[in-house]
Each structure stands twice: as structure tokens, then as C-alpha cells.
Design a protein around this ligand. Sequence first.
Ligand SMILES: [Zn+2]
Ligand SMILES: [Zn+2]
Length: 345
Amino acid sequence: MESKAVYLTELGKMEFRDIPVPQIDSNEVLVKMEAVGICGSDLHYYSHGKIGDFIVEFPFILGHECAGTIVKIGEKVEHLKVGDRVALEPGIPCGECEFCLSGQYNLCPDVKFFATPPYDGCLQNYVKHKASFAFKLPDNVSSIEGALVEPLAIGINAARTGGVALGDSVVIFGAGCIGLVTLLASKASGADQVIVVDLIDKRLEIAESMGATTINAKQKNVVDEVLALTQGKGARVVIDCAGNNTTIAQTVQVAKAGGNIVWVGMATDEINGMPLGPVSTKELTIKSIFRYKNLYPTTIAAISSGKIDIKGIVSNKFKFEDTPVAFRESYTNVKNIVKSIIVFD
Ligand SMILES: [Zn+2]
Ligand SMILES: [Zn+2]
């Protein structure tokens, strides 16, 4: 077996290198990659070399949304076999800290997460992974859908954290991949009206095709428009997937009294101008989420049962050999490329 990996060698530059096929431990599986999604965080490392305190040391392998077929299993692995197709949950927590022991393993300070420095990602032919974080895909879930389990788990976490329920009105800021999966998860949870706000028409078109009412924030006053669409009351659940000053401040303005706000987008700015009065007078609940925990089985079941059709998220497919082109285009053409997927032979 031969393996190649695509390395980020400097900002905006990638090259293929031959690497050894990884050796597995007794509790691990070796997976031949079939599909890897390009995420906003991958593009950020590609263009800026860092996210917050996570700083890339070159060369570095990107990619954390992935699925493939098991080609080898460790001798202690019992729930999987060679030939199974699996989605890999990208973060392996330590299993021993207070967060891991309380089930909040997404908060583990020692998590080893694909493509989060210093840990390499999965844009390579063969990846080894702890078997307990490899989830078997049913026959009716493709490997491309398997790669999309990762972002969809975030959307399901966002909708659950917001308490989205039957008949709800929901506002989602941002119609990138995470905004769109949050839309799908909200609809599947029973939301009646989902209003999606963005600046890019192509994204809003996709949101509309998935059942959203949309607002282009360049053309309309977002707060007025949401109030007009909700009989002047605002939305019971407001989810920010954009993470910027303007949208986070607006979450408070468009929320209905007694409503829930969830911050999903990673805000890097400090927030000025957020009206705090309504947080009290409307008795709002503000929560945030970081990735997801214990949600891969639920997410896979939602796709397999047809409750969520995730395929429409993918706007562009590229071959593994064309990964450098995929990154260049996804980075420079954000207006038209919503979600790229790398497909292996
Ligand atoms: Zn991602
Ligand atoms: Zn831990």
C-alpha cells in the first residue's frame, strides 16, 4: 500500500508527498479515505495559518470532515470489520479529565482533533483512528454524506441547544455550510418558519431551496424584516452561525421575549454596540456551543432515515489530485462555492 498526503507547505501553497501508511494500535482502525469536506476552518488555516491560539507549523495536513472504508482493524476492535464504511469523528479526547468523565468530551483540553495544530488532518489516502470514534455508515448513506456528518452534527447540536421544537420560528444568521446544516436540523426538529440571513445571493438561494425564508442583509434592514415576518414578535430561537459583531448584536434584537439565542459562529471580535437591555426585559437565554458530543449516531440515523437530506449542501466536488485547486477556488470564489468535497478514487 502506498499513501500520499497533501501538505500545506506555506500560506496558500500545497504539495503532495509520499508518506508511510500508518501503523495501527490494537484499539484503532486503518481507513482508506473516500471523501473529505473542506471546512471554513481549513480555509482559514490555508489563508492565515492560524485560528486564535492554534498556529500551523508547516508542513501541515488539513481536513477533518471525512469518511472511508476500513482496510485493517486492531485486534481489540470488535464492533467493526474490514470493508465497513465509516465516518470518523475527528476529535479524540483524553478520556480521563473532568470534562471527559462528565460526558462533555468536546471541552477536553487535551483533545487531538484532525487538522487542529499540532495534529495533522485527513487529506491523505490512509488514516488511522481510534475505533470508538469510527461510526459505521448504513448502505444507504454515501461516503460523501458520511463526510458531511461532521458539520451536520454541529447543526443538530445548535438546534437542540436552542430547543427548536414543533411550530417554532427560527432565525439563522449565516448561510454558509454551518448555517445551512442548522437550517436542515431546525426543519427536521419541527420548526415552522426558518428565516436565514446572509449577504451572498447564491447561499440564500440554496437556503431557500431547503425551505427557508431569506433576507439579504445588504438589501434589507434585518431587524425590521424579521419583525415583519413574525407579526412583530421576533423569533423564539435565534442561532448565529456568522460570528461577527453585527450579527451577534442582532441576535438580541430579533429574539422573541422568552426566547433562546445560540452562538455557534466563532466570534473573534470584541462586541460593541450589543443592546443589553432586551436581554433582561425579554428574559432571553443566551447559550453557545463548541463542536458537538455524542451526536454521530443520531446524525447518521437522521441521514439514513431520510429525515435530513444533506446532499444539497455540496456545491462543488474535486478529485483528491486536485486538492490544491479545490482550496484555491474555494478560498477565492466564496460567492459561488458554498461547500467543496474532495473525492478519492
Ligand atoms: Zn468542519
Ligand atoms: Zn479529557
